[in-house]
Design a protein around this ligand. Structure first.
Ligand code: KIV
Length: 272
C-alpha cells in the first residue's frame, strides 16, 4: 500500500487495506485540475468529484439538477490534474435509480470518458442490486448513507439522520447490504457519532464520515467549505482550515486599487 510521498498510484483495493492497517483515509471534494494538483501534492488519498459542485460551483439550491455531462466534464479535469490519488465521481440523481442497465451505462460512461476510478451513489438496501451489477462489471462503487442529499426533499432538509432506534438499525442493515453487494466503501453523512462508530466496526470496508464523528475510517469535507470559500455555510461539523474568502477579497481589492492607481502593470511586467 503506498505511503505518504510514495509515487505509486493508490488503487481501489488499497482502500480496504488502509482500513485493515488502521490508516485513516483522507478524502476531499475536487472539481477541477488546478485543485487536483494542489490536493495531490498535499497527499489527499481520494478526490471526490461530488455532485455538490451543482451547489458550490453552479450556485443551485440542491444537487438534484446536476447532469451526467457536468460530472464527466469535471471528473475528466480532476483526472488530468492527478496522478496518484483515486478519483471517485458522484452519479447524479436519476442516472442510476431508474434501472440497472441505465446505471451500468451511465457509470461506465463516467469511467470511460473521464478516466476516473469509481463512482459513488446514494442509498442502501434498495440500491444493493445496482451496486452488485456495477461491481460485477468492474466498476468500483462507494455507497452513501445517512443524509443523502439527492433525497433532501423526502428527508425534510439537511439534518442528522439515524437518531431513532429503528432508523439506526436500518442504516446498519443498509451498510451491510452495500458491503455484501461489493461496495469498496461507504460515505456516512450527518449521523450520530456512536452510530457511525458502530457501523464502521461492523464492516470490513472503510467508512468515510462527514458530520459523523471520529469513529469512521476516513473523513471527507467539501473543499470550498474547509477552505473558507463558502462563508455562509457554518455547520457544527465543519472546521475551516483557511480563510480563503478573505484572502481572495483582499488580493482582488489590492489589484483593483493598483489598476485604478496606475501602479499595475509596472515596467517589470511590460515588454520593450
Ligand atoms: O457531493 C458531495 O460533495 C458529497 C460529499 C459531501 C460526501 O457527496
Amino acid at each position: 500500500m503506498p505511503m505518504n510521498g510514495d509515487a505509486r498510484p493508490l488503487t481501489v483495493p488499497d482502500l480496504i487495506g488502509m482500513k485493515a492497517a488502521g490508516r485513516r483515509i483522507v478524502v476531499l471534494t475536487c472539481y477541477d485540475a488546478a485543485f487536483a494538483r494542489l490536493l495531490e501534492a498535499a497527499d489527499v488519498d481520494v478526490l471526490l468529484v461530488g455532485d455538490s459542485l451543482n451547489q458550490v460551483l453552479a450556485g443551485q439550491e440542491t444537487t438534484l439538477s446536476a447532469t451526467l455531462e457536468q460530472m464527466i466534464y469535471h471528473a475528466a479535469s480532476v483526472h488530468r490534474g492527478s496522478r496518484r490519488s483515486l478519483v471517485f465521481v458522484d452519479l447524479p440523481f436519476l442516472t442510476y435509480q431508474v434501472s440497472v442497465p441505465e446505471a451500468i451505462r451511465n457509470a461506465g460512461r463516467v469511467l470511460q470518458e473521464s478516466g476516473a476510478h469509481g463512482v459513488k451513489l446514494e442509498g442502501g438496501q434498495p440500491m444493493a442490486d445496482t451496486v452488485r451489477a456495477l461491481v460485477e462489471r468492474g466498476i468500483p462503487v462507494l455507497g452513501h448513507l445517512g443524509l443523502t442529499p439527492q433525497s433532501v426533499h423526502a428527508l425534510g432538509g439537511y439534518r442528522v439522520q439515524g437518531r431513532e432506534v429503528g432508523s439506526a438499525d436500518r442504516l446498519l442493515a443498509d451498510a451491510r447490504a452495500l458491503e455484501e453487494a461489493g461496495a469498496c466503501g461507504v460515505v456516512l453523512e450527518l449521523l450520530p457519532s456512536a452510530l457511525a462508530r458502530r457501523i464502521s466496526a461492523a464492516l470490513t470496508i472503510p467508512t468515510i464520515g462527514i458530520g459523523a464523528g471520529a469513529g469512521c475510517d476516513g473523513q471527507v469535507l467539501v473543499l470550498h467549505d474547509m477552505l473558507g470559500l463558502n462563508e455562509a455555510f457554518n455547520p457544527k461539523f465543519l472546521h475551516r482550515y483557511a480563510e480563503l474568502g478573505e484572502a481572495v477579497r483582499s488580493a482582488v481589492r489590492a489589484y483593483a486599487a493598483d489598476v485604478r492607481g496606475g501602479r499595475y502593470p509596472g515596467p517589470e511586467h511590460s515588454f520593450d
